[in-house]
Design a protein around this ligand. Structure first.
Ligand code: ASP
Ligand code: MG
Length: 428
């Protein structure tokens, strides 16, 4: 049996968490396992901070780099008491490479530079954890995912070349899993990363490690994919915003895609399709309580509507776009407007149009929005409101709507379909 396990940042945030991963693997590994790892803890955010300091010639750059390095060194020292262990040499090389890179000037293609810098998080985490598993007696092999997943050069959002990727994974990873030298085999690699045809590192979008795991599950016809998380499964609301939440024991691929699309952050939106195509069940399990059941996502739709789900997105911007000459919003103008969003890689979470204006709700991304506004403002009048929330309720009824709107939020825009109600609100 072959499974793919994905461990996110929270599951490897310190030395004890890494030991816990080893314990889970000891108990729950099938004979053949692919392990996909994220960067440790909040490393991706920390590296984004490094990148921005680099771009802005911020004098704190070196401090930020050292923060990333010492955080990992603390974990390494705790996991490897023997200072001669090869992990010290291997991670020092990576730290040195990162520092070296940041002591040359940026290329001025921000998204390209992003991928070259932020990818160190996964390269470092997998180096540490594969060495640790080997030291614990696992038959584990580290793979450089950039030799397995090939993408185009859409930096920060690499589009996978499936044909090349599947064949590279099959040749290299199956080659190892099918002929293990000793004991059950673990192929371990980085989530979130791939490489363009020229070998340059590309990332797959924030939280992209789930997607990586699905790519491997698909390519290798895995029996199951498991995402190990710090929550007991897929919940019907984010515990950050709701004091009472319920676990969804089982939902369909389709419902999972809907939830992810509306902004539920539990699973990366691109994760489901590769699994659905091959009917591979996706389990969400707790790394804190690995024996508990979690959530299973399959073709089966029978339990989908039993529990309403709530999705909150904060830091939203509502943009209203109208032609300067008061002409109608027609098919032609809509397609022009949408093309500008696509060109700037801005995802629209909700859209609505009237005769002379088109409204959209998007995440607040300063850099991308200012380019969007510039491109649109030649032909259109653009107005916007910031600091908003987007609330989506799947399988809503009046009581659930009343509940989310009760504390005096102002509704700026609302939309209801048969299964989904959405509100753009100003928080009270
Ligand atoms: N480390 C990346 C991120 O934090 C990818 C992931 O964790 O899925 O977005
Ligand atoms: Mg994650």
């Amino acid at each position: 049996m072959l499974k793919v396990f994905k461990f996110g940042g929270a599951s490897v945030k310190d030395a004890d968490s890494v030991r816990n991963v080893a314990t889970i693997l000891r108990k729950h590994s099938p004979e053949k396992l692919v392990v996909i790892l994220s960067a440790m803890g909040k490393t991706t955010n920390a590296l984004e901070k490094v990148l921005n300091a680099w771009y802005e010639s911020d004098e704190r750059l070196n401090t930020f780099i050292q923060d990333v390095i010492s955080y990992h060194q603390g974990i390494i020292i705790s996991l490897f008491p023997d200072k001669n262990h090869p992990v010290y040499f291997k991670t020092d090389l990576l730290f040195g490479e990162l520092e070296g890179h940041l002591h040359t000037p940026p290329s001025l293609d921000y998204d390209f530079d992003y991928d070259q810098v932020v990818s160190f998080g996964e390269l470092i985490s997998t180096t540490i954890i594969s060495e640790f598993l080997i030291s614990e007696g696992f038959n584990c092999q580290w793979f450089d995912v950039r030799e397995l997943i090939q993408t185009d050069n859409t930096w920060r959002e690499g589009k996978v070349n499936w044909e090349t990727t599947e064949s590279q994974i099959r040749v290299q990873v199956s080659g190892f899993l099918d002929n293990p030298k000793s004991g059950p085999a673990i192929a371990l690699t980085q989530g979130f990363l791939g490489a363009a045809t020229d070998g340059a590192t590309v990332t797959l979008g924030r939280e992209g490690s789930d997607y990586t795991a699905a790519i491997f599950a698909h390519a290798l016809h895995a029996e199951e994919m498991v995402i190990w998380k710090d929550v007991p499964g897929l919940l019907n609301a984010d515990p950050k915003y709701f004091s009472v939440t319920e676990r969804l024991a089982s939902i369909s691929y389709r419902e999972a895609i809907e939830l992810a699309y509306y902004g539920a952050t539990v699973i990366h939106p691109k994760t489901i399709k590769p699994l659905q195509n091959k009917d591979i069940p996706l389990r969400i399990k707790s790394f804190v309580d690995p024996e508990s059941e979690g959530t299973v996502i399959t073709q089966n739709t029978s339990a989908d509507s039993l529990i309403p789900s709530f999705i909150f997105k904060v830091n939203q911007v509502l943009i209203s776009i109208s032609p300067r000459d008061f002409s109608f919003i027609d098919e032609q103008s809509l397609s022009e407007i949408l093309a500008v969003f696509a060109d700037n890689s801005i995802h629209i979470s909700l859209m609505q149009n009237s005769a002379i204006s088109f409204s959209v709700c998007v995440d607040h991304n300063e850099r991308r929005l200012s380019e969007l506004f510039e491109a649109l403002s030649k032909e259109y009048k653009v107005r916007y409101n910031t600091g908003l929330e987007l609330i989506t309720i799947r399988h809503y009824d009046q009581a659930t709507i009343d509940r989310v709107l009760e504390d005096g939020k102002t509704v700026l825009l609302e939309m209801r379909s048969r299964l989904t109600a959405q509100f753009v609100v100003r928080p009270s």
